[in-house]
Ligand binder design. Sequence first.
Ligand SMILES: O=P(O)(O)OC[C@H]1O[C@](O)(CO)[C@@H](O)[C@@H]1O
Length: 317
Amino acid sequence: MNPELFHADLEAKPSALADLAAWLEKEPLTLPEGLRRVVFLGMGSSRYAAGVAALRLRARGFDAYAEYGSAAATFPAGPETLVVPISATGGSRETLDALARYAGGPSPVVALTNVEGSKIAEGADQVIPMLAGEERGGVACRTFQHTLVLLLALESRLTGAARDIPELVRRAAAATSDLLDRRDDWLATALELLDGAHGVYAIAPAERMSSAEQSALMVREGPRRPADACESGDWSHVDVYLTKTLDYRALLFPGSRYDEQAMDWVRQRGSTVLTVGGHVEGERASIRYRHDDDPDVALLTETLVAELVAAHWWRAA
Ligand SMILES: O=P(O)(O)OC[C@H]1O[C@](O)(CO)[C@@H](O)[C@@H]1O
């Protein structure tokens, strides 16, 4: 893994998204007919993206689950159950092991990967390419963003919503460019506010939980600092306890009806909260960007803040 190349991978996000939007315009996803259930399989950031996709599908009345590839058992195979193994590298052992339980069976298998001809493609009936280009830094960042896009496209196809996903991707590219172009206005503040003795906490609503999880992963994977993720409502049952004893510093992605409940404790305990894409009372600072009022753009874009913070600390280490 290499911090300079990771940084370059982040800089290339807008152009990779533009290519993905153009591809989606030309190649609408095709799926087998008669599906009633979806089982996503993955590890790390691939599973984070799947968790949000499954929640969204369930909210639209579709049976959907995001499982760890490493779980010893997952949903039984059947012709109405679509199995979607997700692996950017196409080689995570746990995801391949889970896929092996379905390969050649009654479930259709549609794999998502960024590496053509990788192991994961061998057990799949169909492969959807992530089209994120090579991540030379060795850290999944563009692939995470593209996985989310493709899972939104899958959702649109499964639910018959017929959403204009290419247009959403172009808006996310504009939002991403805006954050990159204006980083001199916000990055120094973010670095200062999040740099504490006890690590970084990331908080997001359930519908964008992947943003908190991926943000915490970036801080662990690059600069190897302690970091963790918490859901905004769950925060009052889980992370609130840390605010009494730690120098608690958090990145908050607003949008939950329970933000204020958490912020009440944050204000009382004098903890540090930096918001991304919106405001809450008691924040120390806020990072705004183009189209941040659209929750789907936010889902696709907001992890860039933690990724750039992680890249900076990693390069300086
Ligand atoms: O999507 P993949 O390639 O299976 O990787 C899963 C996870 O493993 C890592 O590659 C780290 O080993 C992460 O970057 C990623 O989140």
